[in-house]
Each structure stands twice: as C-alpha cells, then as structure tokens.
Design a protein around this ligand. Sequence first.
Ligand code: NDP
Length: 332
Amino acid sequence: RNMSIPTTMKAIVVEKTGGPEVLELKTAHPVPTPQEGQLLVKNSISGVNFIDTYFRTGLYASPKPEILGREGAGTVQAIGPNTSGFKVGDRVAWLATQGYAEYTAAPANKAVKIPDGLSDEDVMASFLSGLTVLSFIKETYPVQKGEWVLVHAAAGGAGFLMTQILKTIGAKVIGTAGGPEKCALVKSLGADVVIDYRSEEGKDWVKLVKEATGGKGVDVVYDSVGKDTWEGSLEAVKRKGTIVWFGNASGPVPPIPLPKLSPKCVKIARPVLFGYIETREEFEFYTNELFSLLSSGQLKTKIHKIYPLEDIAQVHTDLEGRKTTGKSLVKP
Ligand code: NDP
C-alpha cells in the first residue's frame, strides 16, 4: 500500500432502510483495497441521484450496511492486480457503488479518463444522468428530428440534460416542471412548450399537450415521475406512440393491464442505464459522446449545489422535497 493513502476515511453508511436520518457519517471507515479489476479513486466530487433515495428507503433492494452513491470523479491512487488501462494520478470518472466516501474501489471497466479541459464538477453534473439520457434517446426510442417529445421533470438532473439534447436533435419538446422558476429554466433551454404541472392551469397537462400537438398527442413520453403521471402519459401519447417509464420520483408505476395499450397501439419501455453500457465498447461510445457534447459547449450543465459530504441527509431531503434544479453534488 502506498504510504500516502490513509487507512481510514469519511464515508456515509446506511445500516438500515429509512428516511434521510439513516444516512450516517462515519469518520474512521476503512479505506478499501483495490481488488483485481479495480481502481482506488480519491473522489474530489460525487454525484447524488434520485436512485440513491430508492436504495435508502428500500424501494430498490440492496444489502445493508451500504455506502450509497453511484458515481464519482477524482484521481487514481492505486490499482488492483492485473488491471490495465489506467495509471496512478489519472483523473477519472466512474460508475459503480459507494460514492458517498473519500475513496472508492471502482471497477476499471466502468471508469474513464476525464479529458483535459473538462472539470470533475462538469463531468459529475452530467455523467450518470447524461449517459442515461443519451442512451434512452438513441436506443430505447430513437428520437427523430421534428418529433414531439414530452419530458416530465424537465428541470431535474436528468431532465435538464434531456431537454437540451433533444433540442440539438431538432425534436419539439414539451417539458413539465413544478413551479415558475423551474419552468423558466426549462424554457431557457429551448423547450417549445413548458407546463407547470403543479399550477391550477397545468394540472390538466394532458389537455395542454393535446392542444400543443394539434390534438394528436406526442410521439414519445419520457416519464421518470411514475405514480403521479403514468395515467396522464398514456393519455398524452399519440396513436402508435411510445412511453418510456424510467423512474419513480413520485412512486412506482403500478402494474398496468396490457389491454390499456391496445386502443392506441402504444409501446412501452422500462429501461435502465446499465443495460446500455454493459460492454466496454458501449460504455466508451456513450462517454465519448457525452464528453464531446460537453467539450464543444453544446451541452451545458447545471449544478444545484455542491454540498459537503456531512450534509448528505439535506441533499436527500432537498431532492425528495422537489427543491433542486439540475444536479446535486457532494464533496467528500
Ligand atoms: P431529479 O433531479 O430529476 O429529481 C426528481 C424530480 O422529479 C424532482 O425535482 C421533481 O421535479 C420531480 N418530481 C415529481 N414528483 C415528485 C415527487 N412526488 N417527489 C419528488 N420529486 C418529484 O432526479 P434525477 O435527475 O436524479 O433522476 C430523475 C429521474 O430519472 C428519477 O426518477 C430517477 O430515478 C430516474 N433515472 C432513471 C435511470 C434509469 O436507469 N432508469 C437513470 C437515471 C435517472 P418537479 O418539482 O419539477 O416536479
């Protein structure tokens, strides 16, 4: 072991499922030793994603105790045996688990060097969320220029990036968001129609979507809100349209009786990012695409706030309380 690597670190450990209070700061957690295929990364910044709240509450099952956090960026400090492609000192971003910590033993096959000119913060503000958006609009439903797309929670971490990328493709975007400030932000990204689905008028967002599309409905809905929007999404999609359900911000979509899809010949999908980046080739395809969009300035990131790791319970409270726009990050 390199003498400059300490033996203990700060980490946020969840012993049992529950509210934000189960996120416990440990100040002397053991620093992991990288195993075969792993890099030991000292995280300069880690991303917080809505999925972290699902593992915290138990909506998604995972063994406890657990260090949450599915992505980080920082510097490689040590390399596990028989692990190639990286050297100590490389600046990398990674996707795995255990990001809420000063150090993470991350799989080298889900790590990538950050190009010069991009900051760790820029990359973390768009890494898991950006790869999700890029793969879902290329593979789950290949969005074409001129198509109408409904994006729920368009001011959120994923939604902020999705709106921009859809506009670069030339799609016509209807974004929903809660409150006038979030709506102004979505509008500033070039969305064609913005609906405040928490306002009196916007509560009937299905009707507004129909009006905007000449009565037809949208070609595709990207719905990560789930429980509160799934029925409306089915109404707002056009005949032969597609609904991509990919999250549970308001709770999960209940089991849907398949005959509900028949009247309009609707297609539905329920993708996860990891299904599209399983191989190294796939992972590099999307990371290259993301880095080139960031480097060229075509994709802007928005950081809601960089919180100290100690404030992680507040980050979860803010995310679940719909108080954030763009991406929330923690500094270990
Ligand atoms: P966001 O920053 O988008 O936060 C979630 C947003 O959802 C809120 O800001 C809020 O925006 C909206 N929302 C609507 N109803 C509720 C509610 N009842 N409680 C809380 N929020 C609500 O989070 P992320 O960018 O991290 O993730 C966005 C979604 O995408 C999540 O559902 C996540 O699970 C999903 N996702 C799925 C992936 C996959 O692989 N399947 C990968 C990445 C993300 P508003 O106030 O405007 O309504």
